[in-house]
Design a protein around this ligand. Structure first.
Ligand SMILES: Nc1ncnc2c1ncn2[C@@H]1O[C@H](COP(=O)(O)OP(=O)(O)O)[C@@H](O)[C@H]1O
Ligand SMILES: [Mg+2]
Length: 377
């Protein structure tokens, strides 16, 4: 039998749990054409949530969704090609229409459409972009024009939005997007991404183009009660047994972070024949840390000694007053100015974040690895 747990992929079907409240809010935003900005650290469930909400939204016949993932989009030109292609593709099921749509709406840009060999269900589109506002507008207004012509509504969902920071002129790019998108009536946007600090800057700073673009949602982790119930049910449905207390311990070790909860539950499930024992649980927790260790080794290699000392201080002391003299001395952090610098770097790298006015490691298993292995050796 296959494991009833999934991680590293979009959570779907019976692997998707809870989020009822967030889903309702998101679908209502799509319906009401309220743009949404969704922010959380990596692997808290943004992509899964938006995916699920978009599929609920498009259950109605005249509603469509376009899922854009900026994960490997490196520059603005690549973005425009990809954006146009996805909008055209997702709003028409007939490949024959693709070329016509491109030609009729994007004529000014002399679009070149090509079909990869042996692929009838995909195509590429490239343009000769001049550096003119009207060129960018033609592309950015494409969903709205199609929506009007076809009398449909479109939800455009842009994942890994924080990646636009790597474009040559991120600010100019944001201005272009905002200038076009804010006028749209039949198209609604959902922009989501990690690197909480950066995303927050993009959407909450008055001087930034996307300020007040829409409803900003900070996605939380999934409540322990739901996760515990989910784990118990998944075990039961596959003929294995886990006590609610042990299931709860899984969520505690993973600090309710959806990805690690699923990964740890998966390992426990694999290691269990009939019923989970505490020996199986402990062994699985060690495996969880070991399986992820290569990533953590890489992460620590990119940190300086004082940055590592700072993490050690956070983990060992669990204190709020990170500027306390004795801490700075004991962990050799230099000056308080230095502590500020370290803190900023670690926040920007999304290694730490502020929770209830105390700095914590974002990644619960990285924390376990540091505590149980790295700082012990
Ligand atoms: N609603 C959910 N129910 C159960 N597990 C989830 C849920 N959302 C996310 N997960 C788990 O977390 C992992 C990461 O989710 P993902 O949506 O890719 O997060 P993000 O986009 O924030 O990085 C998934 O592979 C899955 O294991
Ligand atoms: Mg994602």
């Amino acid at each position: 039998m296959n494991s009833p747990f999934t991680f590293g992929k979009i959570a779907k079907g019976n692997n998707f749990t809870n989020r009822a409240f967030e889903m309702k809010r998101l679908v209502a935003n799509f319906d009401d054409k309220v743009n949404t900005i969704l922010i959380s650290p990596r692997r808290w469930g943004k992509s899964s949530l938006v995916n699920k909400s978009a599929s609920l939204f498009k259950k109605e016949k005249n509603k469509y969704s376009v899922m854009i993932d900026l994960f490997n989009i490196r520059d603005e030109a690549q973005f425009y090609s990809y954006f146009a292609k996805k909008v055209i593709q997702e709003t028409s099921s007939k490949p024959r229409e693709w070329m016509d749509t491109a030609m009729s709406y994007l004529k000014r840009l002399s679009p070149k459409v090509s079909f990869p060999v042996n692929m009838t269900n995909d195509f590429e589109i490239t343009f000769e972009l001049r550096d003119k506002a009207e060129d960018f507008e033609d592309i950015l207004n494409l969903p709205e024009k199609i929506a009007r012509a076809k009398k449909i509504e479109i939800a455009v969902c842009v994942d890994e939005f924080q990646n636009i920071a790597n474009f040559d002129q991120p600010l100019l790019f944001q201005k272009r997007l905002r200038a076009s998108w804010q006028k749209h009536q039949e198209t609604v946007y959902c922009l989501y991404g990690s690197q909480t600090h950066m995303m927050t800057t993009l959407f909450e700073r008055k001087s930034m183009p996307f300020y007040k673009f829409g409803d900003v949602i900070y996605l939380s982790k999934i409540d322990s009660t739901y996760l515990t119930e989910y784990i118990v049910t998944q075990f039961k449905n596959t003929g294995k047994k886990i006590e609610p207390d042990t299931a709860k311990r899984i969520t505690e070790e993973a600090q309710c972070q959806p990805y690690y909860t699923q990964q740890l539950a998966h390992i426990v499930w694999i290691n269990t024949d009939k019923a989970v024992t505490s020996e199986i649980f402990e062994r699985s927790l060690t495996e969880l840390i070991e399986q992820n260790a290569p990533l953590y080794i890489k992460d620590t290699e990119s940190l300086s000694n004082t940055q590592i000392n700072f993490l050690k201080m956070l983990i060992e002391s669990e204190r709020k007053d990170i500027y306390a003299k004795e801490l700075i001395q004991r962990y050799r952090l230099g000056t308080s100015g230095n502590v500020t610098k370290i803190r900023t770097v670690l926040i920007n790298k999304e290694i730490i974040h502020l929770v209830n006015s105390r700095y914590e490691l974002v990644d619960p298993v990285f924390r376990l690895w540091l505590k149980n292995i790295y700082f012990k050796s």
